[in-house]
Design a binder for this molecule. Structure first.
Ligand SMILES: [Zn+2]
Length: 642
């Protein structure tokens, strides 16, 4: 006689065990068609689940956030069902749910192409028309192994054999006669899986391990309603337009070629952006009292052994050798900065020492994960290491945070998210130091009125950290800045200073980066601004276009003035139609196009066309220059104010 307490606190006693399906009908028939599962004592169960004991119940409808996982999980089996119907010899390996849908890895002799996407989608839609109920059977692992062995699903057999308790029971879900192991409960009827689209087919190693066989991965987006699916597909189109690799083609910023995967060949236009960002950061380094250093890219392996990086980072490090000595390309700059610190005897009076570097680092990311500027193997970190005493942590962190916001605020991201990660279970250093460091970090965050997310236990084993994630206009998150305390590296690399009592002490190191990698940050900016970079970062800031040949002399005189003021200017005096010339330069997102015809020349004025399509007519050239210089020097991204 189970007593059921519903989510609205209503209570009812049933004489016999009751399935969730029956329970919904009894509770409120009207919601039956939108219910797909339920929380029974806080565990998600499908509608076939039989309630035999006293339980609290909350129904899950397609409008609840939990529904999407259940729908995607069911749709995943719809996909594999369709695959098996199309290619009987295929073997289903494993799938998983992703942020926008799911993927499934399969083994198939046939190499799937784009045209197969439509074939698979059509098959899924055809199956959907059967409108069947999804059934579940609970069986022992050993029984399941037998079943999958009979149908030659070798990957499923491997997965099941990894479950140590063979008498444990697992759920098999049935789509008509086709069955599979499921990640979670499934929907009651296949009709709930109506809104999907296959996005791509790619290669993937079984279990992500290069030693294993290469399989074919089918990635699908799936949603609870057609509206949600269409919204997502629209967003994809929007994102594609903003893809920095696409914008790059217009702006001619850089290229990457197969002989140097994940490494950037900067063209003049791109290198201008790179240099401007460096100059901007250098100004801030000066303001916040940093020294700038530069250290080698190739350093002997022994140093990476001493620093401990070789143990943790070996897979990601490029190595080389010369005269029987092994070297590594630095994946980070920290040990090199400690070498500079260690070169002289440091007194407590010299602390803090703030060493910054635009450090060229290399990390051996897998070739499959490389993505334009956003994921590369060779990058420039705007890195710094602050060597300080424990009682200086608070003021130094305060300095770092102020500098972070000083930099980020220029770019006007929608939001800056801050995460504060504290001591993990396994750590070095005594608890007193951790207490003080964490309290210092916390009080700095509070005194700066920063809302932060507390990640308890997520800090590194060598110290707590603060991470800064930029939220762009499309609500994508980009983790860029970090402030990481380190009690460990000074010990490993024997960094010391002499304290007030003439005793040797290890300093604390604060690792901090603001933009992260300059290359990646440029990729982020290109996408955030959709190519229309603020004028101070634009490779070409002003283009002068002549209407007639005879206006060339006047145009060149204006160009000369602009160049003298360090405004990046181009002059287009070609004998082309003016509207053709305008169109060509609009494509490159040039902030200001100046049109010079007879009228302008006689009145010593100019007509300015902004890249947003605004025309400013008959403006005095000097007024334009003053407004432009103000816009550039204040790093404005709101455009010209005249
Ligand atoms: Zn570091």
């Amino acid at each position: 006689m189970p007593t059921i307490i519903f989510f609205d606190k209503k209570k009812k006693i049933y004489n016999n065990p009751i399935s969730i399906k029956e329970l919904i009908k009894d509770y409120n028939k009207k919601i039956y068609h939108i219910c797909i599962a339920a929380f029974i004592n806080n565990n998600i169960k499908d509608l076939n689940h039989l309630i035999i004991e006293d339980s609290t119940v909350k129904f899950i409808t397609i409008y609840d956030p939990e529904s999407i996982f259940i729908i995607r999980n069911s749709c995943l089996q719809l996909l594999t069902y369709a695959i098996k119907k199309l290619w009987i010899d295929s073997k289903i390996a494993e799938g998983n749910i992703t942020k926008n849908g799911f993927f499934c890895d399969i083994e198939l002799k046939k190499f799937l192409t784009k045209s197969d996407i439509i074939t698979i989608e059509n098959k899924m839609k055809k199956i959907l028309k059967n409108g069947y109920d999804i059934k579940r059977k609970k069986i022992q692992v050993k029984k399941a192994i037998e079943l999958f062995t009979v149908i030659k699903e070798s990957y499923k057999v491997k997965i099941l054999k990894n479950i140590s308790k063979k008498d444990k029971k697992i759920n098999l879900y049935y789509h008509e006669s086709y069955f599979d192991i499921a990640l979670s409960p499934q929907v009651p009827n296949i009709q709930f899986c109506n809104h999907f689209k296959i996005q791509k087919i790619s290669g993937a190693y079984w279990k992500g391990n290069k030693q294993n066989k290469m399989l074919q991965r089918i990635s699908v987006t799936a949603w609870e309603s057609n509206k949600k699916l269409q919204q997502f597909l629209q967003k994809i189109i929007f994102l594609k337009k903003r893809d920095h690799r696409k914008i790059n083609k217009r702006l001619n910023l850089y290229h990457i070629q197969k002989e140097s995967p994940g490494m950037v060949f900067w063209h003049n236009n791109g290198f201008i952006i790179y240099k401007e960002l460096k100059t901007f950061i250098r100004l801030k380094l000066k303001k916040y009292f940093y020294e700038e250093v530069h250290t080698p890219i190739i350093i002997n392996q022994s140093m990476w052994e001493k620093s401990g990086h070789l143990d943790y980072y070996k897979e990601s490090m490029f190595t080389t050798s010369s005269e029987n000595r092994k070297y590594c390309l630095k994946p980070m700059n920290c040990p090199a900065h400690v070498q500079i610190f260690n070169r002289k005897l440091v007194s407590y009076k010299n602390l803090p020492i703030r060493l910054s570097e635009f450090g060229c680092c290399h990390r051996n990311e897998s070739s499959g994960s490389l993505h334009g500027l956003l994921r590369i193997r060779s990058f420039t970190q705007d890195d710094a290491h602050i060597f300080c005493s424990i009682d200086q942590i608070q003021s130094e962190i305060n300095n770092c945070i102020k500098m972070m916001f000083d930099v980020y605020n220029i770019f006007k991201f929608k939001k800056i998210n801050v995460n504060f990660s504290t001591r993990p279970k396994n750590r070095i250093g005594n608890d007193l130091i951790w207490d003080q460091a964490e309290n210092d970090l916390k009080s700095v965050l509070n005194s700066n009125n920063i809302n932060y997310h507390h990640n308890i236990g997520e800090g590194a084993f060598y110290g707590p950290k603060i991470e800064f994630t930029l939220q762009d206009s499309l609500d994508r998150l980009w983790q860029c800045g970090t402030i990481q305390l380190d009690f460990y590296l000074p010990q490993r690399l024997n960094a010391n200073y002499i304290d007030k009592n003439n005793k040797k002490k290890h300093p604390v190191i604060i690792h901090r980066a603001i933009l992260g990698s300059i290359e990646r940050f440029i990729g982020i900016l290109l996408e955030e601004y959709a190519g229309k970079l603020p004028t101070w970062l634009s490779p070409v800031q002003v283009v002068l276009l002549t209407v007639h040949d005879k206006n060339s002399k006047y145009a060149y005189s204006l160009e000369k003035k602009l160049i003298q003021l360090n405004v990046r200017t181009k002059c287009d005096t070609r004998n082309e139609n003016i509207s053709t010339k305008i169109k060509e330069h609009i494509v490159c997102y040039t902030p200001y196009i100046i049109i010079i015809g007879d009228k302008e020349e006689y009145s010593s004025t100019i007509t300015v066309r902004t890249r947003l399509g605004k025309n400013i007519k008959n403006i005095c050239f000097n007024n334009f220059i003053n407004a432009l210089i103000k816009e550039i020097t204040t790093y404005s991204n709101t455009g010209l104010e005249v």
